[in-house]
Design a protein around this ligand. Structure first.
Ligand SMILES: O=C1C[C@@](O)(C(=O)O)C[C@@H](O)[C@@H]1O
Length: 496
């Protein structure tokens, strides 16, 4: 079950929003009385309530907004119990001042917005002993192991326990709460108002992550990176799983660079079966592979890993996807050894995508010039794969059959910029922009204006996701669902 936290300054707003949530199918709503600006009129909020509630009045010290007296706060909590609300949230230090009465369930809670305490087990035991129906601990995740400790705590507890890590790093603990035994998880009522850091909107929790359907059999995958919050991968993979009726969930896994080993040590304990890998982990993840496709060794990076009990197999689906697009446009023969031998390409950028594409082009015999603002990185790729590397300012100086933008210039919100001057394009070029948000970048628009053949970032993204889906599930990917989902999500008309 998902409990939606609702905080509004005015009673009328709180009541209207509560009703609206229930109409949308929400089964439990937390009324955050500390958000109410004036004196709290509890009767008004709960007498005609449209569905079950948790009553919470959080102090400032615990991350809430309660400014009135502590006496008033304990009074309100006692009155809520006397009125027979379904749940009341009682911080552990005041648990003995708020007696049990009637059928109201006691959520004994503890918050730490700075970190996750070392003595979690002791803390939990003391809370459970305070006549708790539910123990709830919400702490900030500062390292990935905080998530692991909190999920273990919930899993091992005999008292129903909600153990949530706040912050972007803790999102998986919210999504997997039920799987580790929690009676419910918390989500926010509004896309722009988060009651706590890392909270997801309840619709996202419900429709994208399918929270209520996650069980012990659910296959878990995720995006390993830092940051991961802006990525469309969870949306797209989860829609694909749902469309195919596949019992799987794709999680956002924010893991800081230095925590990679902690994550990899625990990935199987959490139940992770596969990973899409983003910066900064694409290089070092190789150390955790038991085997990898040839492209991974060639490129020096992977972006996909499939895991089972013994094996961790690395792939580079960026390379595969990009080369599929290029092969299609140039109508390259799959069995020809060096089908691009007479061609040349200019690749803009020297990051992970550039590396993967340069390796692919070189293995097909293409002459490659890399233009980059980071000559050190560029020279590394140039040396490894035998291509020319030039300063960014010289990017227009080379004749090329193929121009590849592997930088993020032109990506939302930088939509008015193009990495290449329009008057330097010519109609014989194929223009490939790896940016997919938006699909119609300024570069793609310029290229289309003069009738160049183009490959868009969406063309590549759909193939990349399709390969990952196949590697994860062993089944053909629903490419139409993937394409529609990413197109809708990146459609500028929907931007707010
Ligand atoms: O304790 C919790 C959990 C929470 O802090 C969260 O992190 O989602 C949100 C609060 O409203 C609720 O009372």
């Amino acid at each position: 079950m998902i409990c939606v936290s609702l905080g509004r300054a005015r009673h009328a707003r709180m009541i209207a929003e509560h009703k609206h949530l229930v109409e949308q199918g929400v089964k439990l709503v937390e009324l955050r009385l500390d958000y109410i600006g004036r004196a709290v009129n509890l009767k008004r909020l709960i007498d005609d309530r449209p569905g079950p509630v948790v009553i919470t009045a959080r102090r400032r010290d615990d991350g809430g907004r309660w400014l009135k007296s502590e006496e008033e706060r304990t009074m309100v909590l006692r009155s809520a119990i006397a009125s027979g609300v379904e749940y009341v949230d009682i911080e552990s230090d005041i648990a003995d001042q708020i007696p049990r009465y009637g059928n109201t369930k006691r959520i004994i809670s503890f918050h730490d917005f700075d970190g996750t305490p070392e003595n979690l087990e002791d803390l939990h035991a003391a809370m459970a002993a305070a006549d708790a129906d539910i123990v709830k601990i919400a702490t900030m995740a500062n390292t990935f192991s905080d998530n692991v400790r909190m999920m273990d705590l919930a899993r091992q507890s005999s008292v129903p326990t909600i153990a949530i890590c706040m912050g972007e790093m803790g999102m998986l603990t919210r999504i997997l709460a039920h799987r580790v035994g929690a009676p419910f998880t918390y989500a926010t009522f509004s896309t722009d108002k988060k009651i706590a850091p890392g909270q997801l909107h309840f619709k996202e929790m419900q429709d994208v992550y399918r929270y209520d359907q996650i069980n012990d059999d659910t296959q878990l995958y995720g995006l390993l990176g830092d940051p991961v919050g802006e990525s469309f991968d969870p949306l797209v993979h989860n829609k694909a799983f749902a469309g195919e009726g596949h019992n799987a969930c794709f999680l956002p896994l924010r893991v800081p660079e230095d925590d990679l080993h902690i994550f990899m040590d625990h990935a199987r304990d959490i139940g992770i079966n596969g990973l899409s890998i983003d910066p900064p982990h694409q290089g070092r993840s190789i150390d955790y592979c038991t085997q990898a496709e040839a492209a991974v060794a060639g490129i020096g990076e992977l972006n996909t890993m499939a895991l089972d009990d013994e094996r961790a197999v690395g792939y580079n689906t960026d390379y595969r996807a990009a080369m599929d697009c290029i092969s299609e446009v140039f109508e390259l023969h799959a069995d020809a050894e060096k089908p691009m031998q007479s061609m040349s390409a200019t690749v803009l950028g020297s990051g992970s995508l550039a590396k993967a594409i340069v390796w692919g082009l070189r293995s097909k015999g293409c002459n490659v010039t890399i233009a980059t603002k980071d000559m050190e990185q560029g020279n590394e790729i140039g040396l490894a794969h035998g291509c020319r590397v030039v300063e960014w300012e010289l990017r227009h100086d080379f004749r090329a059959n193929l121009l590849v933008n592997a930088t993020d210039i032109g990506m939302h919100p930088d939509v008015d910029n193009s990495p290449f001057n329009a008057d330097q394009l010519n109609e014989l070029m194929v223009v490939f922009d790896t940016v997919y948000y938006p699909e119609q970048t300024l570069l793609i628009k310029h290229a289309k204006n003069i009738k160049c053949r183009v490959i868009t970032g969406i063309d590549m993204y759909v193939r990349k996701m399709g390969y990952q889906y196949k590697l994860f599930t062993g089944k053909q990917a629903p490419l139409d669902v993937i394409r529609k989902t990413i197109k809708d999500a990146t459609n500028p008309v929907q931007l707010n």
